[in-house]
Write a protein that binds this ligand. Structure first.
Ligand code: NDP
Length: 455
């Protein structure tokens, strides 16, 4: 039986980082992955999605170019070209991930691994069992498909979307979270007619309300049909097309139906009970700030723990795990002040507290807001606006949250994240010279609060 110092289950962002760092510390490491190296982010998530977002935004660019003197040409989008180029890029990244693991001396096992007991794993498709002193579970999450409705098998999830053979003319998307909103915008940009069915009233629950309202309005202005307060009740195949019936019995025709209604920790067929590893009712493995489970030599990182379900968090957790266990430098992971972006069009960027969250903890809250037509729109004639909001605690002058809707919002969120990590005050924002002419300069030129809570 082969023995390792560390056995990692899952070759996504968290698992790969942990395996490499542990190997660099001299550990004998094996990593099992039953699908492709790179995980959801690289193979069927953030990376291919962002490439599709770039593709989708050309339509607006072509449109806006006319105001700058470019003559309108004939533009035709070819899904197959995009898919082939995108898939080639994903394959290239997968090769880099694989090569980095191999270079670090990690043994790659292309199998599903399942616990036999707390130190032993069986590799599916072979009779082999392996033993390890330490085990890291980094199996990510899988799409949830909701209650079993009539015709549920006709609904696709985000994994399936990347395999669609062509751009559907009409798409019905159910959900109002990151994935539903991002794919609604990108498919609409590429030329699909999109209906978004959301059970709530305003998409992106958990984000700042001003951004949610404005994004939803801009999606509608852009041509997406947003149907709120509804759920999909059944789906029927009508020839090659689909007939979607909503709870209020309204029907929608579609060529594809996409469900993006959340993701579940992937603990399928892991044998957690055999290892004695505890998880909560939703399947999330319970861990402490060092990613340690209730079994001391078994840890878990990334979406399978359902802490902050974002790739950079998984990478941080994987790295911190390897530092703690193999570098002998206890490194807890901090999950506060996580900057993030929703790659919708327009894009949304955020870091820190929403207004509602800030107000709950800091009653003396000043709200700075600005909404303006971006410079580019002055010549292009495009009607979109940029919205920015800064939340400041009057007692300490600390900036508690920054929220932006508009071009490059994700890039702004990244840099604002540094300022908030450093504990920046409004006075320090004000002392920073603007970069002119940019949209970002508004962050340092907001003079008076739009309103003050409990003044
Ligand atoms: P989210 O949890 O973000 O959103 C799920 C959506 O589906 C919500 O609008 C929810 O409604 C709705 N919903 C849940 N259950 C049902 C149901 N049974 N019937 C109808 N609607 C339902 O999940 P996503 O799938 O969008 O994304 C999963 C995760 O992936 C995110 O949490 C995020 O961490 C990550 N991600 C991050 C991205 C980024 O950083 N840009 C991009 C893509 C994904 P309600 O609001 O009422 O609960």
């Amino acid at each position: 039986m082969r023995e390792f110092d560390l056995f990692v289950i899952g070759g996504g962002s968290g698992g790969v980082r942990a395996a490499r760092i542990a190997a660099q510390y001299g550990a004998r490491v094996a990593l099992a992955e039953s699908y492709r190296i790179g995980g959801t982010c690289v193979v069927r998530g953030c990376v291919p999605k962002k490439l599709m977002v770039y593709a989708s935004r050309f339509a607006q660019e072509f449109d806006e170019a006319r105001g700058f003197g470019w003559q309108a040409g004939k533009h035709r989008f070819d899904w197959r070209t995009l898919k082939a180029n995108r898939d080639r890029e994903v394959a290239r990244l997968e090769e880099i991930y694989t090569a980095n693991l191999t270079k670090a001396g990690v043994t790659l096992l292309r199998n599903h691994a399942r616990f036999v007991d707390a130190h032993t794993l069986r590799l599916a498709g072979s009779s082999e069992t392996v033993r390890a002193a330490h085990i890291l579970i980094a199996t990510g999450a899988i799409p949830a498909m909701g209650p079993r409705i009539h015709g549920a098998e006709l609904a696709h999830n985000s994994n399936d979307l990347f395999e669609w053979p062509g751009l559907p003319q009409r798409v019905v998307i159910q959900g109002g979270g990151y994935i539903a909103v991002e794919f609604a915008c990108l498919l609409q940009g590429l030329g699909s007619q999109v209906s978004l069915v959301y059970r709530g009233e305003q998409v992106l629950r958990g984000f700042d309300d001003d951004l949610r309202a404005r994004l939803q309005a801009q999606m509608q202005t852009g041509g997406i049909e947003v149907i709120t307060g509804q759920t999909v009740q059944s789906i029927e195949a009508v020839g090659g097309a689909r007939l979607v019936t909503l709870a209020d019995e309204r029907t929608l025709g579609a060529d594809q139906v996409l469900f993006a209604i959340g993701r579940m920790p992937n603990i399928v067929d892991l044998g957690l009970a055999e290892a004695g590893v505890r998880h909560n009712a939703h399947g999330a493995i319970t861990v402490d700030e060092y990613s340690q489970t209730n079994v001391p030599h078994i840890h878990a990182v990334g979406d399978v723990t359902n802490r902050v379900n974002l790739t950079p968090a998984a990478i941080r957790e994987g790295h911190a795990y390897a530092e703690t266990v193999f570098g002998r430098r206890p490194t807890p992971v901090q999950h506060a002040l996580v900057p993030s972006a929703v790659v919708s069009t327009p894009e949304l960027g955020t870091v820190g507290l929403t207004e509602a969250q800030a107000l709950a903890k800091h009653p003396h809250l000043d709200v700075y807001r600005t909404e303006f037509r971006p410079m580019k729109a002055t010549l292009s004639g495009h009607g979109h606006k940029v919205f920015m909001k800064l939340l400041v605690d009057r007692d300490t002058d600390r900036v508690l949250g920054c929220h932006v809707l508009g071009p490059d919002a994700g890039e702004m969120a990244q840099l604002l994240g540094v300022a908030l990590q450093a504990g920046a005050t409004k006075a320090q924002f004000d002392a920073t010279l603007p970069v002119h002419p940019t949209a970002g300069e508004e962050w340092v030129t907001m003079r008076a609060p739009a309103y003050r809570h409990n003044a």
